[in-house]
Design a protein around this ligand. Structure first.
Ligand code: HAM
Length: 414
């Protein structure tokens, strides 16, 4: 019978058959992070609201419309984390990680919350995996984090992925560029969508992201920052590209690439998969050289990315079969229950996956159940203390040595 309660809008349950594909993804990510020396960090699911206002930026959609903000019983304003980078920078400062050898390389995986309009690939509670490399402005770090995500997607076999690369320059270069961009937008105000028009002075870059036809026309002739990069910004971008070329990582330079968070400087990137429809971005990130200072710390360059776990799973669209069980202990006579339980525990201690009938089924029902859960061998404990070993694949059955049941279940052919 269906319950009258349902998971809240924009959230979902992860049932066992979906958990298997997720576990495979998480194991692959953990392995890739560990091999590159990115150590795991976990931060709370909620933080002071001010951290995100300051870190993510007041002009962003995330802060303006999408945060789950609430007051706790002490009157503090808290927010369920909409992203991980601001929290990690807070932790980096709070625990003095800036005093350790730099860069500090961190990875994470967990739930995030945004009050968005739900649709395929867009949820109110979703999961990200990500990596942050804090404390170096070397283009090697940019290339490294990009390659971490590209390796992961390749290893998992995510199809039709394209890497888009851009650069926003340093804060100073960007400031000068934004003035020119605003001037361009003001000159064409009449052709812009209402949303873009209202935000010309707050967040002009978002105009590049608009679906509105009029706005798109205006943006075709808009100046882009990539074509204006100079000096160290241009060198940095050229080196990131050379490193990716050298590693054989293909990408397209997208001068119109923008991201929904305010903290980016220089490199930005986005991995998209055209199989995903409207929410086609699997993951993305970039450099955020000003964020830690913005949060009250010393000037500290950093770069990182986050990818949406649900979007990767949607792109993969695969079912991972259950791993099955090594052993099932069938009880032919109720008197054998204690022995069955003890044996299951012994097999588990020996590293095998073993189950015992918990439902009081008859022997026939137990064998059927063993088949259903993918047990490779079944040990049938008989009333007189003897046991039969059955190979579920071949259907062969033979008496087992009662003194060596664990060995019998472990090795050789029955
Ligand atoms: P973001 O682009 O906002 O970046 O999110 C990263 C990824 O999370 C997206 O590419 C998408 O796959 C997934 N995602 C975002 N919102 C949703 C949603 N509502 N439902 C499902 N998936 C979603 C960041 O969060 C930055 N912190 C990335 C970063 C790390 N930059 C530097 N370091």
């Amino acid at each position: 019978m269906a319950s009258k309660y349902q998971a809240p809008r924009g959230t979902f349950d992860i049932l066992p058959e979906q958990a298997r594909a997720r576990a495979r993804l998480e194991a692959a990510a953990t392995e890739i992070f560990a091999r590159a020396g990115y150590e795991s960090i976990a931060t709370p699911a909620f933080e002071d609201t001010a951290l995100f206002e300051r870190g993510v930026g007041r002009s962003t959609d995330i802060v303006r419309k999408e945060m789950f903000t609430f007051e706790d019983k002490g009157g503090r304003s808290l927010t369920l984390r909409p992203e991980g980078t601001a929290s990690i920078c807070r932790a980096y400062l709070e625990h003095g990680l800036h005093k350790q050898a730099q860069p500090v390389k961190l990875s994470y995986l967990g739930p995030f919350f945004r009050h968005e309009r739900p649709q395929a690939g867009r949820y109110r509670q979703f999961h990200q995996l990500g990596a942050e490399c804090i404390g170096t402005d070397s283009p090697l770090a940019d290339a490294e984090v990009i390659m971490l995500l590209s390796d992961l997607l390749e290893e998992l076999g995510v199809p039709a992925v394209e890497l888009r690369l851009g650069s926003l320059g340093s804060f100073e270069a960007r400031r000068a560029y934004l003035e020119d961009l605003k001037a361009h937008l003001h000159a064409h105000e009449g052709e812009l969508s209402k949303d873009v028009r209202e935000r010309i002075d707050i967040n002009p870059l978002r105009a590049f992201d608009s679906d509105d036809e009029g706005t798109r026309g205006v943006m075709e002739s808009a100046p882009t920052i990539v074509e204006r990069l100079e000096g160290e910004d241009a060198e940095h971008f050229a080196e990131v590209r050379a490193l990716l070329d050298g590693a054989g990582t293909s990408y397209v330079v997208d001068p119109t690439l923008v991201r929904g968070l305010d903290y980016y400087t220089r490199t930005i990137f986005s991995f998209v998969c055209d199989r995903l429809g409207a929410q086609s971005e699997i993951g993305g990130g970039g450099r955020y050289d000003g964020l830690i200072e913005q949060l009250g710390g010393p000037s500290t360059p950093a770069v990182g990315f986050a990818a949406g776990i649900e979007r990767i799973l949607l792109a993969l669209d695969e079912e991972v079969p259950t791993a099955g069980r090594d052993a099932f202990i069938a009880i032919a006579d109720a008197g054998q229950r204690p022995r069955a339980m003890a044996l299951a525990v012994e097999l588990r201690h020996a590293g095998l996956s073993a189950e015992v009938d918990l439902a009081g089924r008859g022997l026939k029902g137990q064998l059927k159940h063993a088949n259903r859960i993918g047990a490779r061998r079944v040990l049938i404990l008989e009333a007189d203390g003897n046991a039969q070993l059955r190979d579920m694949e071949s259907g062969e059955q033979r008496p087992a040595d009662p003194g060596k049941l664990v060995d019998e279940m472990r090795g050789g052919n029955p």
